[in-house]
Design a protein around this ligand. Structure first.
Ligand code: ADP
Ligand code: MG
Length: 240
């Protein structure tokens, strides 16, 4: 589903991604962890071409992401993304936030889009908030709306960039639970998170990054109990 082959990226002189090789199968849940500044967000953002790469080949859902001929909007329709800050439109209701893309980009009628929106709002546990504005919701509820918005386009891949980092601790669980249920249903997911409990329980594979490189790829059990790389050991010991 996602193939990074020898991907390099620079920001000006700064070499942010170094020789990235990463292959993700349909239905796989990959959790990317690593120190701040190691390039996790950049790697994620290359997948839907929010960032362009300097060299190498990146193929997502059969499409060469960085080809000039690639229809970037078509590529992005298959990829939902959830950010640390929920990025909801504050002047629009929850329902309108979710139906915006399906009507404007997906070509659905307002009625069709609303039906789908309600389905996903129910899935994330807050159908009663459809008519609310984002400011009337808790952080956890807003993030669940953001996930419902991503799902409403029926993506093949969901990207999560620290989706719980901006939440009060008591709201982290409700967002992770939604992500867990998505994982169980077979969604292809790439998640950057510091929630090690989630990573251990839900990930098929852990990818550890440091200084723009993938230093270790491992099963959660192996990675957390017996990491191969010294820098991974150090990283994990600092978390405890
Ligand atoms: P992470 O998500 O692991 O914290 P990022 O991918 O956000 O790391 O950033 C990796 C490095 O690239 C950091 O040193 C950051 O300062 C730098 N960086 C990120 N975005 C830009 C940008 N748009 N221009 C220049 N440098 C950037
Ligand atoms: Mg980041």
């Amino acid at each position: 589903m996602i193939h990074f082959s020898q991907i390099n990226k620079h920001y000006g002189q700064f070499h942010v991604l170094r020789d990235i090789d990463l292959h993700i199968k349909p239905g796989e849940v990959v959790v990317i962890i690593g120190p701040s500044g190691s390039g996790k967000s950049t790697l994620l953002r290359c997948i839907n071409r929010l960032e362009t790469v300097t060299s190498g080949e990146l193929i997502v859902n059969g499409t060469k992401v960085n080809d000039k001929s690639t229809d970037i909007n078509k590529l992005r329709r298959d990829i939902g993304m959830v950010f640390q800050h929920f990025n909801l439109y504050p002047h629009m209701t929850v329902l309108d936030n979710i139906t915006l893309a399906p009507t404007k980009v997906g070509g659905l009628s307002k009625e069709q889009a609303s039906e789908i929106a309600m389905k996903y709002l129910t899935k994330v546990g807050i159908p009663d908030k459809a008519k609310s504005f984002p400011s009337q919701l808790s952080g956890g509820q807003q993030q669940r709306v953001a996930i419902a918005r991503g799902l409403a386009m029926k993506p093949k891949i969901m990207l999560f960039d620290e989706p719980t980092s901006a939440l009060d601790p008591e709201m982290v669980g409700e967002v992770l639970d939604v992500m867990k249920s998505l994982a169980k249903e077979g969604m292809t997911m790439v998640c950057v998170t510091h929630e090690m409990g989630f990573a251990r329980e839900v990930a098929d594979r852990i990818v550890f990054m440091d200084q723009g490189q993938i230093l270790e790829e491992n099963t959660p059990a192996e990675f957390f109990d017996n990491p191969r790389e010294e820098r991974a050991r150090q990283f994990l010991s600092r978390l405890n």
